[in-house]
Design a protein around this ligand. Structure first.
Ligand code: SAM
Length: 277
């Protein structure tokens, strides 16, 4: 009997499967593919507890990372792909995966995993750059509302990776860092040069890991209000906060009111959201 890993390993290289299927990268879907097995393996092996996890992959494309997730021992992989021209290639991987891989052809922004009966999952993806932050914000809000996402291991443009992991007073500190920090622990795992992608994008990338933090989530009051207060204050980055919201007893928050949004900690934003909105 051929072991399933051997079946996946003996599939032709991704680039060859693309050629055979006549598939080329499409700009409108944000397609920049990974062919380097060392890199896809490294990303997949970064998923915590992968052998006990259902892993959602957004945008498998021709399946480089999908194969790595299966090879790394994922219990189950559910891949959501908008571009149906990938189907002939992904079908071959589904056949080699002996029931561990399911592909859903849809826009990931529309898929409700709980409605599909998937209660607890990890996410791993080389995200399409045009919808990456939007997807991350949705996932964070779902976590805040009790959805069990155990970890997110995601490729972003390096600048977005900085915006996710930034601390107060950092140049990249803003709404994304505040929201992420109040729900999860995030860190950059490693940089990925643009030369790793086909076609090669202009910008550099990085893999970010975001682990939801149960203690932080228990303390969350109203995540929508946190979104509102960060939008309001970071909407006027250069202004003093007392000029944006008048008549606040700033001393209550150990502030004078002369600070700018970038100086406030995520916890202060949470307090302001609770008291002022
Ligand atoms: N995972 C593959 C890899 O690493 O080689 C492909 C990554 S490529 C950066 C992004 C993939 O996401 C593409 O296959 C693209 O078609 C798909 N995609 C783009 N927008 C999507 C969406 N809204 N929902 C699902 N998939 C999407």
């Amino acid at each position: 009997m051929i072991h399933e890993h051997d079946k996946i390993q003996s599939l032709p290289p991704v680039s060859e499967m693309m050629r055979a299927a006549g598939m080329t990268a499409k700009k409108q879907f944000g397609q920049n593919f990974l062919f380097d097995l060392n890199l896809t393996g490294r990303i997949a092996r970064s998923v915590p507890n992968i052998s006990h996890s259902t892993v959602i992959e957004v945008g498998p494309g021709p399946g480089g990372l999908t194969r790595a997730l299966l090879m790394a021992g994922a219990r189950r992989v559910i891949a959501v792909e908008k571009d149906t021209t990938t189907a002939p290639i992904l079908d071959e991987i589904v056949s080699a995966a002996d029931g561990r891989l399911t592909v859903i052809y849809d826009d990931a922004l529309n898929v409700d995993f709980r409605a599909l009966g998937i209660d607890e999952y990890a996410i791993c993806a080389n995200l399409p750059y045009n919808v990456g932050t939007e997807l991350l914000i949705r996932w964070l809000l779902r976590i805040a509302h009790g959805e069990k996402i155990t970890s997110m291991t995601l490729m972003f443009q390096r600048e977005v990776a900085f915006r996710i992991t930034a601390r107060p007073r950092d140049e990249h500190y803003g709404r994304l860092a505040v929201l992420t920090s109040l729900i999860a622990d995030a860190r950059i795992l490693f940089d990925v040069p643009n030369t790793a992608f086909v076609p090669r994008p202009r910008v550099q990338s990085a893999v970010v890991q975001i682990i939801p933090n149960a203690q932080k989530i228990a303390k969350l009051h109203n995540v929508e209000n946190i979104e509102k207060i960060t939008a309001l204050l970071f909407g006027h980055r250069r202004k003093m906060i007392r000029g944006i919201i008048p008549n606040v007893d700033w001393a209550k928050y150990n502030l004078t009111g002369t600070q700018r949004a970038e100086e406030l900690s995520p916890e202060t934003f949470a307090q302001l959201a609770r008291d002022l909105i």
